[in-house]
Design a protein around this ligand. Sequence first.
Ligand code: NAD
Ligand code: ZN
Length: 350
Amino acid sequence: MKAVVYHGPGQKSWEDVPNPTLQDPTDVIAKVDTTTICGTDLHILKGDVPAVEKGRILGHEAVGTITEVGSAVTTLSVGDRIIIPAITNCGKCSYCKKNQPSHCQTVGGVGWIFGHLIDGTQAEYVRIPYAETSVHKVPEGLSDEQVLFLTDALPTGFEIGILNGSTKPGDTVAVVGAGPVGLGSIMTANLCGAGRVIAVDMDENRLAKARELGATHTVNASDSDAVEQIKALSHDGLGVDVAIEAVGIPATFTTCTQIVRPYGSIANVGVHGKPVELPLNDLWISNVRLTMGLVDCSSVPNLLNMVASGRLDAAAMATHRFTMDQFMEAYDLFENAAKNQAVKVVVSAS
Ligand code: NAD
Ligand code: ZN
């Protein structure tokens, strides 16, 4: 088969590799029908994720069709269409039993293994460990594109942004960074009844997309008075109830500390590559709550119900479409997302 193989920082190719085979009785093999590229893949290609070894097949988001099932698999069959989330859930360890598979101890202490610790989904076929407890069948009548972004961007924006931020009905939520993950928060903020949703980004295309997907207000982060503008948009001018950091740099974390109101929450979603200053000396007296985390993908069944009932248009994140033989072109476009007005690319079997 063919797959996107990582060959060290800055190097990848769409090349021939051996087909995956069943290794454990709880595995299934799936043909990848549709996959996508994540900002995290770009981090890997910059060499920021040293756990990814040369020769690793990239990708951790896909929709596929089962072609082989292990001997212990009873609830999945050949031909089933499945959503393959970024996080693997063994169903047995203390974390997975608490529905916290981001720290699955069985698969190595971190539930993100595809395209990280084992071969991933940017391939014609993929081996899926602990398939019964990790994948979800695609409900009848839904297209791949309607469910593809339930594998990472949407549950991350919802779980680590909206839910960790304890968003309550009527709250003003500011999302700093309107990339796929920030847009995931914007698209799901109404599930907790957010009153206002303010998208903050310096890219006007992303701000336009944010308005299309549910932001009630936008603020350009390059404006020198951006913090004042955001605070002015809160109900009483004292700051937002929930400040979501969805970029992963010190400056945007600082913005969150400046826009949050007393008794508000900062939900950090971004992956930071270096230490970030935490002004506890200012924040302690404001009763501010700070959360952070790796997505569990535990909300996928709920989000899937919302998509199936037509209440969540998850496909709206897709801006560009490719076939797998164009994978390198898809990467080129996504690596220059701002220039190409790209949010998410959909890469389908050729
Ligand atoms: P992205 O790079 O596509 O989007 C980031 C957005 O932030 C862009 O629209 C960019 O224009 C904007 N931005 C950059 N600098 C800014 C600034 N100073 N002020 C305001 N906006 C600014 O990233 P993404 O794929 O949406 O992911 C966002 C973050 O979430 C990344 O750090 C990613 O690694 C992280 N992430 C976390 C988890 C998790 O489980 N916690 C999961 C997936 C991704
Ligand atoms: Zn586990």
